[in-house]
Design a protein around this ligand. Structure first.
Ligand code: ADP
Ligand code: MG
Length: 290
């Protein structure tokens, strides 16, 4: 059976909002020396703010959001939810696509009434041979924000400009982990520009941007192969393989179902400070056993 100290630790963690799927995960959490975090939805809120739209010549706000919302209607990504919400606020009828294809780390491609639509980052445009000159210019014009680009039938329509809002406790949580002797790093699918800005704000030195799900997985595997004991925190479909490969996978409660299923621990309240407290609990639990 599970030792009493472990059961106690699981109970205490549960009261902090960290649901631990087995005693062995609590034990491993007590030994971690590295914490790898995803950016969007993990160190930032799951609800990005829309700052505005940037429209190509002859494109209306309604046209852009009609196309973008149809692409995002079945998507679980936080960016998708923000776009749907804005479309609904403007009383735009959100259409259902005929085909839907999510490319984690890049965005969504759909077909709608016979036209092909792409909604995502520049990588997505490039992957579909769409000229990204205008997209690049739009990004340069808004250096502090993320751009969700929209293209229809190879034509660039413009972008939705969103701001990723940092979780208020993130900076202190990272500091606390560092003072416990734990290394921290951020892996993100977002652009290097945004990743660097976030890293600067958080005071975190290691940040790797423009990562596809398989890149996150490879990075975690590399760390584990190097003998690191790694906790990975994530929320997205794009994080699921990495969560499985980490010594301890931790999903945000607000995350996608596949992230929560792939994780060993689910952080119900999405509070990074509670994660730090859970690590403290797990270290104390170890001391009580040995
Ligand atoms: P992170 O790793 O920081 O959580 P993701 O890998 O989920 O970020 O996303 C990386 C980038 O891919 C986003 O910044 C966005 O540009 C694009 N992207 C991902 N999913 C979507 C989506 N559903 N709609 C539009 N863009 C998306
Ligand atoms: Mg994410």
């Amino acid at each position: 059976g599970t030792p009493l100290a472990i059961l106690g630790g699981i109970g205490r963690s549960a009261r902090l909002g960290a649901i631990i799927k087995g005693g062995e995960h609590l034990e491993m959490l007590g030994k971690i020396d590295t914490v790898v975090m995803d950016k969007t939805g993990t160190v930032t809120f799951g609800e990005p703010r829309i700052l505005g739209l940037s429209l190509a010549d002859g494109v209306s706000e309604e046209q852009l959001l009609t196309v973008a919302s149809a692409a995002e209607v079945w998507s679980e990504h936080p960016l998708a939810k923000a776009i749907i919400k804005r479309a609904e606020e403007l009383n735009i009828v959100v259409q259902k696509p005929d085909e839907f294809n999510y490319q984690p780390g890049m965005g969504v491609s759909i077909t709608l009434d016979g036209s092909r639509i792409h909604v995502g980052n520049r990588k997505l445009l490039v992957a579909h041979n769409i000229d990204d000159t205008e997209a690049e210019a739009a990004e340069a014009a808004n250096p502090a924000a993320s751009e969700i680009h929209v293209a229809q039938d190879d034509r660039y329509l413009g972008s939705v400009i969103v701001a990723d809002v940092l979780r208020p406790e993130a900076k202190h949580a990272i500091k606390a982990l560092n003072s416990m002797g734990i290394q921290t790093m951020i892996l993100t699918g977002d652009s290097k520009r945004i990743a660097d800005a976030i890293a600067e704000e958080l005071g975190i030195s290691t940040v790797i941007a423009e990562m596809l799900p398989e890149d996150k997985l490879a990075k975690i595997r590399g760390l584990v192969d190097d003998g690191k004991i790694v906790a990975m925190l994530g929320d997205g479909v794009n994080d699921a393989p990495a969560l499985t490969a980490a010594t301890v996978g931790v999903a945000m409660g607000s995350g996608t179902d596949v992230a929560k299923e792939s994780a060993d621990i689910v952080l119900l309240g999405n509070d990074l400070a509670k994660f730090v407290e859970t690590v403290e609990v797990s270290r104390k639990t170890r001391r009580t056993i040995w």
